[in-house]
Ligand binder design. Structure first.
Ligand code: CTP
Ligand code: MG
Length: 250
């Protein structure tokens, strides 16, 4: 692409990859986590709407459970979604990392900025999505939304048998720690390079970028961007939705 035709950062199209291929083992038995309902609507649909609510996001790539791509496609057809947003569905893999990579492989060349967002964070506010995009547009190659911790964190020597006492090894200074959420935002080339070269298992995409030696910055996250992981999180998510309905007046 010549310099003249290259879009400026402010114009670079933004796509979101939503890994939704996990089983949700910690949530307990049932359908894959992303397909479970919150107030009658699948968690995945909430998550897609949350990302598509940003007027900057013009494509959403959903990474479906490996055998569930057809089901996810019909879910997208059955729910109202913004017309200005394009949608793609691809089957996922064994690990979150592999699912994200499969999503990235489906990303058309014109998208210069990519967000990666857990389907399991269905309630992220659009302002958080936009803050991440803005930081990438301002030149950060990798951006994570993050919150200070409520609990003190201890590093332990993990016990061989679950439930056994575990020796405490260290107590990092809490004020320097952050809990990291999604969407994480990236310069596309940086994230693709990270997925091509980092093979160790990591729990977030920014961690792979850090391994490349590329700087990652944190911007303020939001308490409503919490991850639905265990059964109590479903109760919290439905309470957040109920509060929103009250505040919206319907
Ligand atoms: N994910 C994925 N592909 C996998 C595993 C996870 O796309 N093979 C997605 C999940 O669908 C979820 C996000 O990655 O949206 C974050 O993962 P997590 O919260 O751990 O979800 P699960 O892996 O489904 O839950 P669990 O670890 O309890 O089984
Ligand atoms: Mg998991």
């Amino acid at each position: 692409m010549s310099d003249e035709s290259r879009p400026t950062p402010a114009q670079t199209p933004v796509a979101a990859v939503i890994p939704a291929a996990g089983r949700g083992v910690r949530l307990g038995p049932g359908a894959p986590k992303a397909l479970r309902a919150l107030n009658g609507t699948p968690m995945l649909i909430h998550a897609i709407r949350a990302l598509a609510a940003s007027r900057h996001v013009s494509l959403v790539i959903v990474v479906a459970p490996p055998e569930g791509a057809a089901e996810v496609k019909s879910l997208l057809d059955a729910h109202a979604l913004p017309e200005r947003t394009d949608f793609l569905v691809v089957p996922g893999g064994e690990s979150r990392q592999e699912s994200v990579r499969l999503g990235l492989e489906a990303l058309p060349p014109r998208y210069g900025i990519v967000l990666v967002h857990d389907a399991a964070r269905p309630l992220v506010p659009v302002d958080t999505v936009d803050a991440v995009i803005e930081a990438v547009r301002d030149g950060a190659p990798a951006v994570v939304p993050a919150l200070p911790l409520a609990d003190t964190v201890k590093e332990v020597e993990p016990a061989a048998v679950a439930g056994d006492p575990e020796p405490v090894v260290a107590t990092p200074e809490r004020s320097r720690l952050r809990a990291v959420q999604t969407p994480q935002g990236f310069d596309r080339e940086t994230l693709v390079r990270a997925h091509e070269s980092v093979t160790e298992n990591v729990t977030d995409d920014a961690g792979m970028v850090e391994q490349l030696g590329v700087p990652v910055v944190a911007v303020p996250g939001h308490e409503e961007a919490f991850k639905v992981t265990r059964p109590l999180d479903l109760v919290l998510a439905e309470a957040v939705l109920a509060r929103r309905r009250l505040n919206d007046g319907f």
